[in-house]
Structures are given as structure tokens and as C-alpha cells.
Design a protein around this ligand. Structure first.
Ligand SMILES: *Cc1c(COP(=O)(O)O)cnc(C)c1O
Length: 453
């Protein structure tokens, strides 16, 4: 499989090169030359396969022979010791993607990426520097995924004062091979600095640099896995019981909730910011997972819903909201969206919707009252977006599944006043005890260059 820059369809690179360089030399993002379909046998048995087996089959198609089967088996085994249950809540399903160590879905991409990098760089002696910009959740997941990986150091840039205390501890509380920079600016500034560093010839001569943002293809591909697994399950008429750390009020039994109708493709509602998660969903659909379509639900940062409505893409400044991991005015993955699908194709697969903070808050309160389930602010945007578009369970025969992108205990300052305290997963309780240590820098490339060595 060759990977091409979104800005140049001619110069293809291998999976390893696309992974380790992150961004194409012309500033574009790498995309696969084609989206490899699941075999018929895999497609029809997705509902009965383990998560790891689906992960293996998914990545194998994209990496082809560059990661041999035995190594790939080890990677997915080590990357996913936690579950992604599809839990019925009220009139729909929630795909809980927050049972990993940082309690957000980004663990799926980051944990695979760290292990894939370690494999692809075997035998290398020059250390690799990973630069990552975060609006909150990416940084923690990447820091945790790469923590202690030999020969790789990570620098996380986050907007100072705009991440939660818990996120700050996940990003800046590990130390070791993980450094944190609190940038005096917005997430877009952080992203601009990272892109600037990649475009800087002097720095590239000095350091082996790579990215770990959702612009990196190794973050994106493993995210297709949970869509395929969940769609397969729902298509088989199955769902899962809550896990121990599922955010359920003990007073409620979820057993009366809606069950997916068998033999019907699923609609996913995806809380979206940088749109990596949505693009990964489109990959799963094109690979042949039983998916009907997607709802791309954003907060007030509605660049993509506006693009879908008007046909014109216009990057904006990001606005601060209570779903801060989605405060993105200029989503990087729009380049992939536009390079891989026409506007008409995208409109057939994706409906856009924007949700206000006020409605997000009301949804957290209402779902807790009605169903005894705690939504984090991001998941609540996905939930409410489906309501706004009048998409309900079995609306067209198939189930509606909202992606639970973060555990509500991660955003306790917002959730607790609305719904009371959610149960806290053990990994988060431990993180709270860490002390964050970050250097503060102005939002200028020269300041970033000064601290990188
Ligand atoms: C990153 C993040 C999102 C947005 O995902 P994208 O792939 O950037 O669209 C949504 N919810 C949470 C909790 C996140 O951390």
C-alpha cells in the first residue's frame, strides 16, 4: 500500500515513511492510495470477532507486509487491554471509548501508534522527537502511549489555561521522556507552531522529528477498528453490558433500553473537532463495515457543518467551549476529507450539526434524569446533535450509536453541577495525584525552537 500527500497524488511513500514522518514534505497529509476492503469472510463475521482480531484485520490491510503478522499480533495485543462496549442507554447506544488509561478515545490511536513506531524504528540509533499539539485530550493519550518507549521523546504543546486540571496532569505529570509546553495562545497557535517546526529546514537537520496528531495516519487507522467492531455487533442485534467503570447510576437498570435491530446498518453520531475520528469512520464504512451514515456533531466551532451546508470551506479561529477537545476552528483532517471524497459523496455519508454549550449542558442533565447515565460534554454534543437532526433509534431500521469519546469523570467540573458526581475510573484517580510540570512559552516558533534540542 502506498501513501500519498493530499497535495500531490504522484509521490507515494510506504506505510513506515508515512507513519514516521507524519506530515508530507509539501505540508499535506498522507492518505492511502485506496481504502482496502475487508475480506467477505471478515465482513460477515465482524459481529462475532474479538476486538483484537478486528484490529489485526484492519491494520493488516493498511500496513500490508510492512508489519509481519506475528509482530502485528503482538502490537494489537499490547495496545488494547481494555474494552469498547456498546451500551444501550435510553433510546440509543453509546459506544464507550473511554476505558483506556486516559479515559478518552484517543488512547485507541495513541497506544497503537506508540507500539507501531517502536516496531518500525527497530534497529534505529538516532532518537526520534515527537511533537504534538493538543486541545486537551490528544496530549494525555500520546504522553501515556509513548511514556517509557526507548529512543523516542515526546514534546506536547497545549494552550495554557485552556485544558482542565486533570488533562494538565495527564500531559505534564509524567516526566521522563515526556516534556510539556504551556503555550500562551490557543490550540490553533499550538498547531501552527508544530507545523512551523516541521517546515523548518534547520530544525529538521538537527532532529529526527515526527508528529502524533490525528494528522498521523497511524492514529487514524486504528480508530476505524471500533467503528467496525460496533457496527458488526449492532448488525448482529447485539450490545454489551456496562463495564465496571461505565458511568451509570446504580439506581438505574439499563436493561429496558433499546436494543439494536438485527441486519440493519448503524448510524454513528461522532462528536468532532479535528475530524480524525470522523475520517476513520469513513474508512470503516468504505472497508465494508455495516454502517449507514454519520452525524458529525460539533460545538460552536462549526466549520465543517457549514462546509457541508454551503459547499464552501473556510478556516476560522477557534472559540472556547465546554467541550474543549473539540475547540478547533481549522480542522486538519478537512484536507483528507476533501482529497478523498467529493462534496456530494461526503454529503451522502455525513450530516453536520452544531450544538451550543447551553444545549450541551441541558443534555447532560436530561440524560442523567431520564436514563441514569452520565455524559461528558463531548459525548453530550454527539447525543444532542442526533436529537437536533431528529435521528432516533431505529429511525431507518438501524441503530443509532453515539460515540462516547470521554469519561464524564474527566470533565467533573462541568458534569457534576448538572448530574452529580460520576463514578471515577481507577486510572483517573491515580492521575489526580500527579504534579504537572510544564515550561511556559509564547506562541512563537522561535520560542519552540529554543526549547527543542
Ligand atoms: C479529540 C476529541 C474529540 C474530537 O475528535 P477529532 O478526531 O479531533 O474530531 C471529541 N471528544 C473528545 C473527548 C476528544 O478528546
Amino acid at each position: 500500500m502506498r501513501y500519498y500527500s493530499t497535495r500531490n497524488k504522484k509521490a507515494g511513500v510506504t506505510f513506515a515513511e508515512a507513519a514516521l514522518t507524519g506530515l508530507a514534505p509539501d505540508g499535506g497529509l498522507f492518505v492511502p492510495e485506496s481504502i482496502p476492503p475487508y475480506s467477505r469472510a471478515v465482513q460477515t463475521s465482524l459481529g462475532n470477532m474479538s476486538f483484537r482480531d478486528i484490529a489485526f484485520e484492519t491494520v493488516k490491510n493498511f500496513a500490508e507486509q510492512e508489519i509481519p503478522d506475528a509482530a502485528l499480533g503482538d502490537i494489537v495485543e499490547a495496545a488494547y487491554p481494555f474494552a469498547a462496549p456498546l451500551v444501550p442507554v435510553g433510546d440509543r447506544l453509546v459506544l464507550e471509548l473511554f476505558h483506556g488509561p486516559t479515559a478518552a478515545f484517543k488512547d485507541f490511536g495513541a497506544r497503537f501508534m506508540a507500539r507501531a513506531f517502536a516496531y518500525l524504528r527497530r534497529g534505529e540509533t538516532r532518537p526520534l522527537h515527537i511533537l504534538v499539539a493538543t486541545s486537551g485530550d490528544t496530549g494525555g493519550a500520546v504522553a501515556d502511549g509513548f511514556y517509557g518507549v526507548e529512543g523516542i521523546s515526546v514534546t506536547v504543546l497545549y494552550p495554557k489555561g485552556r485544558v482542565t486540571p486533570l488533562q494538565e496532569r495527564q500531559i505534564a505529570g509524567l516526566g521522563g521522556n515526556i516534556s510539556a509546553l504551556a503555550v500562551e495562545g490557543s490550540f490553533d497557535d499550538c498547531q501552527r507552531l508544530v507545523k512551523g517546526a516541521f517546515g523548518n529546514a534547520e530544525l529538521k537537520k538537527r532532529l529526527a522529528l515526527s508528529s502524533a496528531n490525528s494528522i498521523n495516519i497511524t492514529r487514524l487507522i486504528p480508530q476505524a477498528v471500533y467503528y467496525a467492531a460496533a457496527a458488526g455487533k449492532a448488525f448482529a442485534g447485539k450490545s454489551d453490558a456496562p463495564e465496571e467503570a461505565s458511568p451509570v447510576s446504580s439506581a438505574f437498570a439499563l436493561s429496558d433500553s433499546a436494543k439494536p435491530a438485527a441486519k440493519q446498518p448503524v448510524t454513528f453520531s461522532v462528536p468532532s473537532g479535528n475530524f480524525g475520528n470522523l475520517v476513520a469512520g469513513l474508512y470503516a464504512l468504505e472497508m465494508g463495515a455495516p454502517i449507514r451514515d454519520f452525524i458529525a456533531a460539533t460545538n460552536r466551532n462549526k466549520t465543517i457543518p457549514d462546509y457541508l451546508a454551503t459547499g464552501y470551506y473556510e478556516a476560522r479561529f477557534s472559540e472556547t467551549t465546554i467541550s474543549n477537545a473539540m475547540d478547533v476552528g481549522a480542522p486538519s483532517n478537512v484536507e483528507r476529507l476533501i482529497a478523498q471524497w467529493s462534496l456530494a459523496e461526503t454529503r451522502r455519508m455525513v450530516r453536520g450539526v452544531s450544538v451550543s454549550d447551553e444545549d450541551t449542558r441541558a443534555t447532560i442533565a436530561a440524560v442523567h434524569t431520564a436514563a441514569g447515565y452520565f455524559l461528558d460534554p463531548h459525548t453530550a454534543v454527539g447525543w444532542r446533535g442526533a436529537d437536533t437532526l431528529h435521528v432516533t433509534h431505529n429511525h431507518a431500521g438501524g441503530a443509532l450509536a453515539v460515540l462516547g469519546t470521554a469519561h464524564p469523570a474527566k470533565f467533573a467540573e462541568i458534569v457534576e453541577p448538572l448530574a452529580g458526581p460520576a463514578p471515577v475510573p481507577r486510572s483517573l484517580a491515580k492521575t489526580k495525584e500527579r504534579t504537572p510540570r510544564a515550561a511556559v512559552i509564547p506562541a512563537e516558533l522561535s520560542a519552540l525552537m529554543d526549547v527543542l534540542h
